[in-house]
Design a protein around this ligand. Structure first.
Ligand SMILES: *[C@@H]1O[C@H](CO)[C@@H](O)[C@H](O)[C@H]1NC(C)=O
Ligand SMILES: *[C@@H]1O[C@H](CO)[C@@H](O)[C@H](O)[C@H]1NC(C)=O
Ligand SMILES: *[C@@H]1O[C@H](CO)[C@@H](O)[C@H](O)[C@H]1NC(C)=O
Length: 149
């Protein structure tokens, strides 16, 4: 009896480690793979992380990029998306890529809170957090920096 409880606990523990691991291993945001508050994307070598954060002593929530290796209380934010549009309630807010190649922060009514813009469109737009700390919108199948949107 005790052994089977322990096994169940172990399995639950392992699957929770697995799921928390797999949610932090992408460096991509796509048209159907978006992030919500509490989720992040990480650059391929683990240098930078993008997600929602609160600056010191503020109740405002922002989307930003910070150095992943630094301890959370020493968080060094290197870029802020919605600096002019702080959020107080992120419960239905998502960050996703929309056609034709725009990275947008949307509310539950699908209204744009903040977005990038582009003069060109691509077939399959994705946003990638690079190890240089740059966040770029590009075609999923085109790695040439000169074609980044
Ligand atoms: C937050 O406060 C600490 C201590 O006052 C400071 O060292 C740190 O730089 C601050 N972080 C930001 C993002 O302002
Ligand atoms: C936050 O927003 C959600 C949906 O937009 C709403 O249901 C909820 O009541 C809001 N919470 C607060 C504290 O305003
Ligand atoms: C986005 O860019 C297009 C083309 O450059 C421009 O016409 C449009 O006004 C821009 N939209 C916003 C919201 O800045």
């Amino acid at each position: 009896m005790e052994a089977s409880f322990f096994l169940l606990f172990l399995l639950t523990f392992c699957s929770s480690i697995h799921s928390s691991f797999s949610t932090t291993t992408t460096d991509l945001i796509t048209t159907n793979q978006f992030i919500i508050d509490g989720e992040t994307i990480v650059s391929s070598s683990g240098t930078f992380e993008l997600g929602f954060f609160n600056p010191n002593g503020s109740s405002n929530r922002y989307i930003g990029i910070w150095y992943k290796q630094i301890l959370p209380h020493e968080q060094t934010v290197v870029w802020v998306a919605n600096r002019e549009k702080p959020l107080t309630n992120t419960s239905s807010v998502i960050l996703k890529v929309t056609e034709p190649g725009i990275l947008a922060l949307l509310n539950d009514k699908n209204e744009i809170i903040w977005s990038t813009n582009t003069s060109r469109s691509v077939q399959n737009p994705v946003a990638v957090l690079l190890d240089s700390g740059n966040l770029v919108v590009k075609d999923a199948n085109d790695g040439s920096p000169e074609n980044f949107l």
